[in-house]
Design a protein around this ligand. Structure first.
Ligand SMILES: NC(=O)c1ccc[n+]([C@@H]2O[C@H](COP(=O)([O-])OP(=O)(O)OC[C@H]3O[C@@H](n4cnc5c(N)ncnc54)[C@H](O)[C@@H]3O)[C@@H](O)[C@H]2O)c1
Ligand SMILES: [Zn+2]
Length: 365
């Protein structure tokens, strides 16, 4: 079975990300080359359990691992300290020790909370990601950020804990609800926009395959997208600089999510509109050519992602930006494009510039 492999080079924390079709049934065998079979917590959510857990469990058992299935309720509310606490109880009940393993099978919620529990249980044990949403495959499973939410904000309690391997089975995308799938496509396109003009052009040429979830193309596109993120993470593992470019579209995107109270938009939809606004800011500053803005927004729109704001009032969005601490002495900080394939961090964007861009990105403007 052919598969693509991307290595994340982080010294002794290096690991490989495998991308293929039908990989789930091979996870056990592949893991054997990384560690001796051991007691394993297999963490998943109720939707994913019904679809893929049996196959993964069989593969782990076949290779000598002793998996204990732990099923979370699906949804963002499971990304909590209460869930982490439950996971610790389960790990202890199954007698996991410092040489044991945690496997996360599911979307970003499962990956983040299981990863957080793995990072903290006995000061950190081995962790493997088997992401099953497109967002988790191209974004959250790569890079080692793990976290849970606090009532006062998302991802406020977390750690850096790199997995020992990531297994991306693109076949799992076939059962993903279409809106979740498109949400992940926003991050995939983002990776082209910030770092790789050729990848962006490849996506432009293959919109039909992308939209139709054609697995042979996705295998290639997901591997490329993962490789782009991996190179950024290698250069700046703990986000002291460059890694921030991965937040392209997320400044206004997060404001849209907050103002709409995380209802009405998926994360990818909010990020798509955020990228449209950011491109507008860059264009108005003379940093980015209009033709690049058009190409970006066209690709997003052809995929079925929104690039215009509808209802959120500008004042509420701006207030949310300030609350998000993305400011330095009243001036805002943004990731902007210089061209397709090259993003930079720009400090000192004025509120007027942001207001203008937001207004210009309204559906009725
Ligand atoms: N750690 C990071 O670097 C990072 C980066 C980006 C996002 N995140 C986090 O990721 C989370 C969002 O992840 P998500 O979008 O994957 O959400 P999710 O984990 O909630 O999954 C979305 C839904 O899809 C279902 N699902 C998962 N795989 C499926 C499949 N193959 N078929 C059918 N249904 C399936 C899930 O049960 C869930 O209902 C957020 O908490 C976000 O903060 C983390
Ligand atoms: Zn995102």
């Amino acid at each position: 079975m052919p598969m693509k492999t991307v290595t994340v080079n982080l010294g002794e924390r290096s690991y490989r990300i495998h991308v293929g079709r039908g990989l789930i049934s091979r996870v056990g065998d592949e893991l054997c080359s990384l560690m001796p079979p051991c007691k394993t917590a297999l963490v998943t959510d109720e939707n994913v359990e019904a679809l893929y857990c049996d196959a993964l469990e069989r593969s782990l058992r076949g290779a000598g691992f002793e998996p204990k299935r732990i099923v979370l309720r699906s949804g963002e509310r499971s990304k909590s300290l209460a869930t982490a606490r439950r996971l610790y109880d389960e790990f202890l009940g199954h007698r996991l020790d410092r040489k044991s393993l945690v496997v996360a099978l599911g979307g970003g919620v499962v990956g983040d909370v299981a990863g957080f529990a793995a990072a903290t249980y006995m000061r950190g044990i081995a962790f493997v990601q088997v992401p099953t949403t497109l967002l988790a495959q191209v974004d959250s499973s790569v890079g080692g950020k793990v976290a849970v939410n606090h009532p006062l904000g998302k991802n406020l309690i977390g750690a850096f804990h790199q997995p020992i391997a990531v297994f991306i089975d693109v076949r799992t995308l076939k059962t993903l609800p279409e809106r979740e799938y498109k949400s992940g496509l926003a991050e995939l396109v983002k990776h082209g926009l910030i770092r790789d003009a050729r990848f962006f052009a490849l996506l432009e040429k293959n919109v039909k395959a992308l939209k139709g979830c054609k697995l042979s193309f996705l295998e290639q596109a997901v591997a490329k997208s993962v490789a782009i993120k991996a190179r950024v993470v290698e250069a700046d593992e703990r986000e002291s600089g460059l890694r921030a470019i991965l937040n392209y579209g997320h400044t206004i995107g997060h404001a849209i999510e907050a103002v709409s109270r995380y209802r009405g938009y998926t994360h990818g939809e909010a990020v798509a509109i955020g990228m449209a606004c950011a491109a507008r800011i860059a264009m108005n500053r003379g940093m980015l050519k209009e033709d690049a803005v058009v190409r970006q927004n066209d690709l997003l729109a052809r995929i079925g992602l929104p690039v215009a704001l509808r209802r959120e009032p500008t004042e509420a969005l701006i207030a949310s930006l300030y609350r998000d601490k993305k400011t330095i002495r009243g001036r805002l900080r943004f990731v902007l494009l210089e061209r397709i394939g090259k993003a930079t961090i720009v400090e000192g964007i004025s509120e007027e510039e942001v207001v203008r861009a937001i207004e210009e990105c309204r559906a009725d403007s």
